[in-house]
Ligand binder design. Sequence first.
Ligand code: SF4
Length: 710
Amino acid sequence: APSASPSGSVTPTHCPYCALQCGMGLARAAEAGGGEGAAGVVVVERPSFPVNGGALCGKGRTAPAVLSSRVRLTGPLVRSAVTGELEPAGWEEALDRVADGLARTRAAYGADACGVFGGGGLTNEKAYSLGKFARVVLGTSQIDYNGRFCMSSAAAAGTRAFGIDRGLPFPLADVARTGCLILVGSNLAETMPPALRHLTELKENGGTLIVVDPRRTRTAEQADLHLAPRPGTDLALALGLLHLVVAEGGTDEAYIRERTTGWEEARAAAMAHWPEYVERITGVPVPQLREVARRFAEAEHAMVLTARGPEQQAKGTDTVGAWINLCLATGRPGRPLSGYGCLTGQGNGQGGREHGQKADQLPGYRKLTDPAARAHVAGVWGVDPDSLPGPGRSAYELLDALGGDVKSLLLMGSNPVVSAPRAAHVEERIKSLDFLAVADVVLSETAQLADVVLPVTQWAEETGTVTNLEGRVLLRRRAVEPPDGVRSDLEVLHGLASRLGHGKGFPVEPEEVFEELRRASAGGVADYSGISYGRLVEDEGAGVFWPCPGAGDDSRREHPGTPRLFLDRFATEDGLARFVPVVHRDSAEETDSEYPVVLTTGRVLAQYQSGAQTRRVAELNAAAPGPFVEVHPRLAARLRVADGEVVAVVSRRGRVVVPARVTSSIRPDTVFMPFHWPGAGRANTLTHPALDPVSRMPEFKVCAVRLERA
Ligand code: SF4
C-alpha cells in the first residue's frame, strides 16, 4: 500500500511508467516520516485522481528509487578514440561531438542518412520538439519511435473505422458500468493493477467479464468466461463471433443504417467464418463461442477493449478491425457505456503518437502528406512547407536500415537492443552505425553501444505534460532538484539545434514548448489549443480530455474538453463509422516439425518494458529477478523438463537459455516469455520482424520455436 499522506507539502504528479498515469503525490521524506527516502522524497496517495483513486502498483510506489539509483548517469560519456571505451566528458564536448557527428553524416550522405528514434515515455513537449528537430534542423524523414511497437495497430484500425485514434474514447471508469466487457489480450492485473478495480466493480454491478488470452493470467482468473485461443488467431475469433451474432439476429440494424457504412462487405467476410472453422483455427470450442456471442449481443451496454495481444501481430490492424466490426454491428461505439477502446501501454503512448515523432505524422495528429497540415505546421515553425521532408520508415524498418542508408542515429527514451523484434540483428545494425548518440538516465543496453551518452533528467525532476490512455492531458510537476551534471531532453535538443544553426526555435522551458504545441495542434485531430499549464494546475490534477479547441478570440468561452467521443458523429468526413471487410490469415511463421511450439511474449507485474528503469529497483528485482519460459506440464513431460530446469528456446532468429516455469495456465502448444531482460534470456532474440502492412507493427506475439534441454 502507498504511504499515508503527510501533513507537509505534497507535489501532485503522475507515475513515470505506464499509460494509466496514476496520480500520486511526492512529499519531502523527512516531513512524511519516511526517513531519507529515495532522492529525499516518498510517494504518497492522491485519492482524488479519478483514474486510480490513490492506488498504485509496486512500480509506481518505488519509482523514486531510480532518481537516486547508484547506476544513474550524472555526466556525459564520450567514446575515446584511444581506448575505445566510454569515458566521462563535459557537456560542451559531448554536445559538440553529437552535433558534429550528425552534421558530418548529413554533409557526406544527405539529410536522410541521419536517423532519429524516440519513445512513448517522452513527454508531449519532448515528443513535439524531437519531431521538429528531425524535420527542421536535420531535415530528415527518418524519424520514428518505439510506440510503433506498442499500440500502432489499434491506432491504425481506430483511424480507419472512426477517423480518429484516441485509445479510449470514453473515461476508463465507464468500464465499471457496462454490461458486458470483452477484454482481448490484456493482462491488466499485472500491467495496470489499479485498473483492476473497474473490473471488480463491473462484476459487482452484475456485468459479464470475458477475457481472451492464451494464458490463464491473473486477469483471466477474474473472468466469467475465459477464451484461450491459439496465439495469432484473434482475428478469426472475432469473425466467428460476428458470424454468430448475425446468425442469431443480434445485429442493430437501425444503428448500422444510420451510423455506419460498408456493412454488406464486412458481413459477407464474417459469414465465411463458420463456427466450426473458427474452432479449428482458434481452438476455442463452438459452445464457448456461442455463449460469448449471445452475452455480448444481448447486453444493453457492451464494450471490447484490446491490448497488445491482438495488436502486436503482422495482421494487427485487421485483427483490431474485426473486433471493431463486432462492436459496430451490435451498435456500440458512440453509445453510453459502450464501444471499442485500446488500452495503450507506455506512459505517454497516447501523447507520444500525437505530436510528430511518428514517421508519417505532424503535430496535432496531422498527416505529413496533407498539404494543408504541412502548411499549418510549417507556419508555426516559421519554415517553408516545401522544406519539410515526407514520411520516413517505420521503427523496425528504420532500425533495419542502420548502417545501410542511415549512418547516424540520435536516440531518446528507448532501448531497442532489448525491446525490438529480432533483437540480435537490430543490435548488429546499431553496432554498424558511423555514429550513435543516446540520451537516457542509465547506461541502457543500447546506450552501451553509443559514441556519446547524454544523461538526462527524470519525471520528478522536470515539468511536462503527458496524455494517458483515455486522452486525458495531465501535468507532471517537478518535485526534486536533478543531480548536478544532468540536463533535460529539451536542453539537449536546444544545445544541438543551436550548434546546427537553429537554437531559437527550441526553447528549454516546457511551458514555452507547450504553448507552441497548442498552436501547432490547433484545428488538428488531437487539438490541444484550449489547454494550458494554468488550466492543468487549476483543474486539481484531473486533466483535460482532447480534443479541446481554444476559444479563438472569445476568451470568455472555455472548451470543457471531450471525455466521450462519437456521441453524435464519427470523425470521418461523412460522420459515419467504416466497417472494413477482413478475413483470417495465417501468422507470418506457423509451427512445423522443426519448430513445433508457438512462442508468445509479454510482461510481468514488477518490470516495465525493456527494464532499463525497473531492473535498477531492488524491490522490483527481488520480485521479478530474471527471464523464464512458461511451459504447460504436458509439453514439459514430453521434453522431460522439470520446473526450474534451464532450457534452450530456439527460433529461426536465435537461441536463448532460461529456466522453465511449468504451469497449467498456458496452452499446451504455446510457451510464454516476458521480454524485460537482455543477454542470454532476451526474448526478442527469438521474435519475428514480419510487419503489419498498415501499421508496420512487428509480430511480437507469435513465432515458431522449439525447446531443448540445456
Ligand atoms: Fe504506474 Fe502504471 Fe503502476 Fe499506475 S499502474 S503505478 S501508472 S506503472
